[in-house]
Ligand binder design. Structure first.
Ligand code: 3BY
Ligand code: FES
Ligand code: FE
Length: 409
């Protein structure tokens, strides 16, 4: 591994409760460290099972110089492979997503099955063993329909996160959903600032009029009524009792014992049952087994790169991927019931309106943050009390980075 001494030094300067030193947000070296070292050691959220719904569907997840093909085999299994041919290394899939019967290399047409096995390789020397030249697999985990990949040879454990998240989102059965829309937005800001911005609602009140029609800003930190962030404790108790009656109540799970997931059942604001402009369902075909809409979501956040809101009628799912020191891909996907018909049951415009507006507002905020941090006047700043989850993200980043730099790593 290349020498990242200056990164190690910056990591040592980090103080709990404060934003990171400048160089960790802005430098080319930090970007290389993040994408070539740190982010390869952890599980990254890539897509959902609905992105590769049928055998042969594929979805390409790029991280800096790495590219991974996620595809569903004829056996229904979802697998991940490096997007490089085992002949002379050509890139296999150029498009970001699509469908294929087999994986065929465009260079000399070596052909692989959807399970990665080499099927056709013309003119190879005698004794060539196809079985030795299959596609190189990447670790993949299906977490209740959310697909995570890890580029490490020995990925860290995922069992606890898998159990907690799968149990909480089973109600919304991702295997019965389809992708209704995907939006790729590029922010001129470091990926960590995009993530930090997502982990607080300190900025929501004045910045997100559309989202605040449904998102309970105070509730962001209150997955559990016992935490008492809501002023109206009677209303919280009633809401909780109602969720329990419906069998959908869940205790807050918040980054337990250095794990990297948070799961909360939240009440939506102003009686809204969905994150839409009018608070009404975006899709007429509800996705949960309850026969009516309710003003609540299960929301999931994972370090280091995702968050998701599961509502009675649709799911909205976000991944964050660094593209450059000051460039980040924010990928948003909206999922509806597989039987929902566009134009009849939902329109893409209505389904996507709230988060398209919110993403633009958040893009502006992350870009302002990045621009200010780049000036000579920047010094690490103190997080507010309600920015505790920003601090949790930053601490995860620092700890994982230090771990990745240990000689044994
Ligand atoms: O959607 C989210 O995950 C969070 C909630 C508060 C800020 N951000 C919009
Ligand atoms: Fe793929 Fe030659 S590089 S077939
Ligand atoms: Fe925001």
């Amino acid at each position: 591994m290349q020498n990242f001494d200056s990164i190690a030094e910056l990591l040592n300067q980090d103080r709990r409760g404060y934003t990171l030193p400048q160089g960790l947000y802005t430098s080319e070296e930090a970007f290389r460290f993040d994408t070539e070292v740190m982010l390869k050691k952890v599980w990254l959220y890539a897509c959902t099972v609905a992105h590769v719904k049928k055998p042969g569907d594929y979805f390409v997840f790029d991280l800096a110089n790495n590219s991974v093909i996620i595809t569903r085999g004829r056996d229904g299994e979802i697998r991940a492979f490096y997007n490089t041919c085992t002949h002379r290394g050509a890139k296999l899939c150029e498009a970001q997503k699509g469908s294929m019967a087999r994986v065929m290399c465009p260079y000399h047409f070596w052909t692989f099955g959807l399970d990665g096995k080499l099927i056709v390789a013309r003119g190879m020397p005698e004794g060539f063993d196809k079985a030795q030249h299959g596609l190189r697999e990447v670790a993949l985990e299906n977490v209740g329909g959310l697909i995570f990949i890890c580029l490490a040879d020995n990925p860290p454990p995922i069992d606890r996160a898998k159990a907690d998240i799968s149990e909480a989102i089973a109600l919304y059965d991702l295997s019965k959903l389809k992708v209704a829309a995907q939006d790729d937005l590029y922010d001129q800001a470091n990926w960590k600032l995009v993530m930090e911005n997502n982990r607080e609602c300190y900025h929501c009140e004045s910045n997100h009029p559309e989202l605040l029609n449904s998102l309970n800003g105070a509730g962001f930190g209150r997955g559990n009524p016992e935490e008492g962030l809501s002023e109206d404790t009677d209303a919280v108790a009633k809401e909780t009792a109602h969720w329990k009656e419906l069998g959908i109540y869940r205790d807050l799970i918040e980054f337990p014992d250095n794990w990297w997931h948070r799961v909360a059942r939240l009440g939506l604001a102003h009686g809204a049952v969905s994150q839409t402009l009018d608070g009404k369902p975006a899709s007429k075909k509800l996705i949960w087994p309850i026969d009516h809409a309710e003003p609540t979501s299960i929301s999931v956040w994972t370090h280091p790169n995702s968050w998701h809101h599961f509502m009675c009628d649709h799911v909205v799912s976000f991944s964050v991927v660094p593209v450059g020191p000051d460039k980040t891909l924010v990928r948003t996907t909206w999922l509806v019931h597989e039987d929902a018909v566009e134009g009849e049951d939902y329109t893409v415009e209505n389904l996507t309106a709230v988060w398209k507006a919110t993403n633009q507002q958040d893009r502006k905020l992350a870009e302002l943050n990045h621009a200010g941090i780049g000036t000579d006047g920047y010094r690490p700043g103190l997080y507010a009390v309600e920015e505790n989850l920003v601090d949790a993200f930053k601490t995860f980043y620092v700890e994982q980075s230090k771990l990745a730099l240990e000689p044994s790593a």
